[in-house]
Structures are given as C-alpha cells and as structure tokens.
Design a protein around this ligand. Structure first.
Ligand code: ATP
Ligand code: MG
Ligand code: MG
Ligand code: MG
Length: 565
C-alpha cells in the first residue's frame, strides 16, 4: 500500500479535546474522526486493526464451536418489556418511535433478541448446547462518553450467547468461553488479567471481567500476591470478621487498633475536637478495620474529604444523641453534604427514638437518605459493600496481600442462568418430555475498546507501538529518495518479497523529507521500519528498525526480506 494513496493525515500537535494516550494517538494518526459526542468514523488505518482483532475473535470462537450470526441493531420495545428491561434499563438505552408510534431502541446488548431466536428455533435437548455470536455496532447513551474509543456511545462489540440444558452444562460453556477469551487476548499481544466481577445491568449469577493492564484504566483491580485470586475492586472479597460489640465506654487508645485510632484522630482533627469527644460509642472495631467515627453536624464533611484529605479507608458515620449534646450541638440530626445515599448513616436508639428529630433533619438535609438503627450495623456486610484495597490480606489463600492495578475492561463473561429464558419463556423439552428453561450465558468483548487498550498499553513518547498481531500494517517501508529509480526498485522488491509471505507493508512514497518520515513512522507505530535511501543503497544496504526496542541495523538489500521474516 502506497502512503501517497492512503487516506492518512498525521498531526504534530496534541488535539485539545483528547486527554488519554489512545485518544490522542488515534486522532494524531487519523485513525478516528469524531462525528458527534462518542460517535466516530473508523478510518482505513483503524479499520485494518479492528478487522484483525475481529478475525482473532472469530477464529477462536469458531474453534470453540460457536456460530456467527448478525442480529438487527434496532430492537422492538415489546421484547424488552418481556424481559422487564424496557423499564429497568435507564437512559443508556436509546429509545425512539417509528412512524406508527411503535417503541424501539438501539441495541446496547442483545439478550432479548437472541432469547427470542432460541425460543423459536430450539425445541429439544438434542439441539443443545448452542453458542451464537455476532460482531456489531452497539449503542449506549453513556452519561459521560469520553476518552475516544475507550468509552464511546456507538462502539463495536462481539457478543455471544450460550444456551444449555442445565447448570452444569452451562458452567462448561462458561469456562470454555473464559479459556477462549484468554487465547483471544493473548493472540492480540496484550497483557491482561481475568478478574471476578459484578454482574451489573445484565443480571446473572457469576461473572469475570477481562482487563488490559494500563495506568489509564478506569477500573481498579486487586490481585493476590500469593494465589491467583483477582477481582474488580467493586467485587473484591474481604476477610470476614465477627462483628465487634459496641463498647460501653470511650475506648482507651490501647483498646483501639492503630488504623482505627488514626481515623478517629484524623476526623477529630478535621472537626477541631478532641479524639475522645469523637469516639464515644462511635467506634466499631472489626479486625483491624474501622467503621467509624465522625461527629454529625459538620456540614463540610463528606466522603471525599474523609477519604482524600484524611486518607481514611473505611468510613461509616455513626452517632448518638449524647455525643450531640456533649458537643453542644442543637438537637437534630444532620448528615454531611454530598453523603452518598447508598452509604447508611447509623444512629443509636436514642437518636432513632427522636424520630421527629430524624425526620425533621431529613427534611432539612434531603441528601441524608439512609438513616439506619445502629443495631443493624454489621461490619462484615458493610465492609463487603465498600471496597477492599491494596495491602489487605487475601481472603482466599490467607497468605498473600492484595496488590492494586489499573485495568481497562475489554471483555466480560456472564453466567446468566434462567433470568431471560424464564421471563421470555425460552423452554426446551428434556429427555422425559418435560419443559425446562434453557440455561444461558453471555459473553462480550469490546472490539473497538480493545484496539484503544492496545495503544494505552503499547506506546512511548513518540507514538504507538503496535503488537504485531493487530498492527494495521506489519512494516513501514520508508523510501527516502523517491526520485531515485534504484531506491524505488529496491522498495518494490522488498514490498513484493514481503507480500509473498503475507507481510503487509505501508510504503512511505510521499515527498516528505527523511526527518518527518522517521517521526511519522514512529508515530504510526508499525512493528518494523525499513529505510531505503540512495546513499546506503549504493553500498547495497538498507536499514531495519524495530519500533519497540529502537534497535537498528543495516542489512544487505538481498537479505532484507529474510531478516524481516
Ligand atoms: P463499562 O463498565 O466500561 O461501562 P460494561 O460493563 O458496561 O463496561 P459490558 O456490558 O460488560 O460493558 O459490555 C461488554 C464489553 O463492551 C465491555 O467489556 C467493554 O469492553 C465494551 N464496552 C462497554 N461499554 C463500552 C463503551 N461505552 N465504549 C466502548 N466499549 C464498551
Ligand atoms: Mg457500562
Ligand atoms: Mg463494567
Ligand atoms: Mg462489563
């Protein structure tokens, strides 16, 4: 392919709208063009890489016995009402009406459509298991589309759906896909990690995410230093403990474990009160964790200040009436501003008994949504809802500690069970002639996000460093003297020699000077560069450069092709 015929205009400057590396580099290399917020055209260079990722996915899924189909992107509301998601899905689902006022949506995922196919096509246990997949554009009206292809509104996904007769067979399908995913991301040349995860909007009982490890990842993942347990922080298990009893009196410092004491001191310092004023009945010890300890009534106190400014890990607010009075606060119960409504605020019986006070305060501070009697305080439960973090002991092996990484979620596998087959009546007949719901799994890969993640993980200050398996071209062949016939002939010889072996070459035959050509080749990031210039060609030599290592060497023209292979 001739660069002069290929639609690619590179940019020297960092575009203002981009903040993450993949977005910047995809704009600078003319891979993507934004049409609207979160909606992009994949330009020829990007499409070549996307197709390679797709083909790796196809090969691995076909080898695992899956079948490809292609479902419509536009889906009728009735199907979504059957599953209950027309109501439940929220604003990410882009809904609209046709000219007859029938409701439709753009598919953010395809459980409903595929379940409809299964219930119409599959009758008997003899036809199961089945695993169907497609590669297609999805639409999700993301609240914050950003980072280019990392979080678009329209994006390319591979989604697969398995149908089995029973739980055990479904588990087999699940783990088959899990293994296929490992092969897929390995073949894409990525460093990744499967982690246990939360099932979110899709529902279901069991799930893993696949994360490409990169500092810019939106997710935090924790993995054990000793065993192979790894989980999204949203899901990471904690060691369980017996809930500690509420102390009768103010604990002495010796009674309070160090992190607890630190938290209390931090909170007290922030509020300008003595720690002992803070801790009266407010301390809950749970192992060396603390669910603790702040005075109500301080309006600036919110989760962010507690976490960021005080470095507190686990914070639950607990208070009692006596503490209010002891601190000269007016009767009343006020929560901190911006308190997240899913974090309960525990109050003791005395405060609770003044229900009018609580109600009144709730009226004043409507953000205080979740006032719970302290008797319901269960550190174990609370602590599994809030997050584990680096340094915590591993709950699985008990030997290692959690290490923390940033990850980009490029895929997820779910065991759905019978959530959709029951509500949508996707039944089959078993060997005894009984009707049973098919047991389902679903499996997504963000194809366009995987390409972005590859760049997030593989770049340097000069540009992209493509993993060879998904590089748009394998070789950048730089013609440094386009008017020199021998150089042109040498470039043609190398290009056609490589083509015989399926090596894809982008020949820079533009009139640019050598300097900009080198810079451009580094920016676009093909794994190998070949430089052909008149001067070295007189000695029968061309130069090879490995983009990743920067290693260069001169080789004889006649040997160039073999050297590259
Ligand atoms: P996220 O947590 O990043 O919002 P998700 O969990 O909502 O992703 P899934 O429903 O699991 O996404 O979809 C399967 C895959 O599709 C994801 O693993 C991800 O790689 C990709 N994906 C999801 N949303 C987007 C998006 N807005 N832009 C690009 N890819 C996406
Ligand atoms: Mg999402
Ligand atoms: Mg997710
Ligand atoms: Mg997901």
């Amino acid at each position: 392919m001739r660069r002069s015929r290929f639609l690619i205009n590179t940019l020297k400057e960092t575009p203002k709208e981009a903040v993450v590396v993949s977005h910047i580099l995809m704009l600078r290399t003319c891979m993507i063009k934004q049409l609207a917020s979160g909606i992009y055209t994949y330009m020829p260079l990007a499409l070549r890489s996307l197709r390679k990722i797709e083909n790796i996915i196809r090969e691995e899924l076909d080898a695992a016995g899956c079948q490809e189909l292609l479902m419509p992107m536009v889906q009728p509301a009735e199907l979504w009402s059957e599953s209950g998601r027309w109501q439940a899905y929220g604003k990410e689902l882009l809904r609209f009406e046709d000219r007859k006022d029938n409701g439709y949506c753009l598919g953010p995922t395809h459980e409903e459509v595929i379940t409809d196919i299964a219930r119409r096509e599959i009758r008997s246990y003899r036809e199961l298991p089945v695993n169907l997949y497609q590669i297609q554009s999805k639409f999700r009206d993301e609240i914050r589309p950003r980072f280019g292809l990392m979080r678009g509104r329209e994006f390319i996904m591979k989604d697969a759906y398995s149908f089995d007769t029973d739980e055990q067979s479904c588990d087999e399908s699940y783990w088959q896909m899990y293994e296929a995913y490992k092969r897929i991301f390995t073949r894409c040349g990525l460093t990744f990690r499967p982690v246990e995860a939360d099932s979110g909007n899709i529902g279901g009982s069991y799930t893993h995410e696949f994360h490409v490890l990169a500092g810019s990842g939106e997710d935090e993942i924790l993995s054990c230093s000793h065993c192979d347990y790894a989980a999204n922080v949203e899901r990471a298990e904690l060691k369980t403990f017996e809930p500690a009893a509420m102390p009768d009196s103010v604990p002495t410092p010796e009674e309070v474990s160090t992190p607890a004491q630190k938290t209390i001191e931090a909170v007290a310092g922030f509020l300008g009160v003595k720690p002992e004023q803070c801790v009266k009945t407010l301390v809950y010890r749970a192992g060396d964790r603390i669910a603790a300890a702040a005075l109500m009534g301080h309006r600036e106190l919110n989760e962010t200040t507690l976490r960021n400014e005080m470095g507190a890990a686990e914070i639950e607010l607990v208070t009692d009436a006596a503490t209010f009075q002891a601190n000269g606060l007016a009767p009343g119960f006020m929560g901190p501003l911006d308190w997240p409504k899913d974090i309960p605020i525990y109050v003791d019986d005395e405060v609770m008994a003044q229900s009018s006070v609580v109600t009144a305060a709730n009226k004043v501070d409507t953000h205080v949504k979740n006032v719970v009697p302290v008797a319901h305080f269960n550190p174990t439960k609370v602590l599994t809802l809030r997050a584990a973090r680096a340094g915590d002991g591993c709950p699985r092996c008990g030997e290692g500690v959690y290490e923390s990484y940033r990850g980009i979620e490029v895929g997820q596998v779910f065991k759905l069970g019978i959530k959709y087959s029951e509500s949508m009546k996707a039944f089959y007949l078993d060997a005894e002639g009984n009707e049973r719901p098919m047991v389902m799994g679903c499996y997504g890969i963000g194809v366009s996000r995987t390409m972005a993640a590859a760049i997030e993980q593989n770049h340097d200050k000069d540009g992209i460093i493509w993993p060879v398996q998904i590089a748009p071209f394998h070789v950048a062949l730089l013609n440094l003297d386009i008017k020199d016939e021998e150089v042109v002939a040498a470039c043609e010889a190398i290009e056609s020699g490589l083509a015989l072996h399926g090596v894809e070459v982008l020949v820079d035959d533009t009139a640019n000077r050598p300097g900009p050509k080198f810079k451009d080749a580094d920016l676009i990031g093909m794994p190998v560069q070949v430089k052909v210039g008149a001067r070295s060609l007189k000695q029968g030599q061309v130069e090879l450069k490995v983009r990743k290592t920067g290693e260069r060497r001169s080789v004889a023209l006649a040997e160039a092709v073999d050297e590259i292979l």
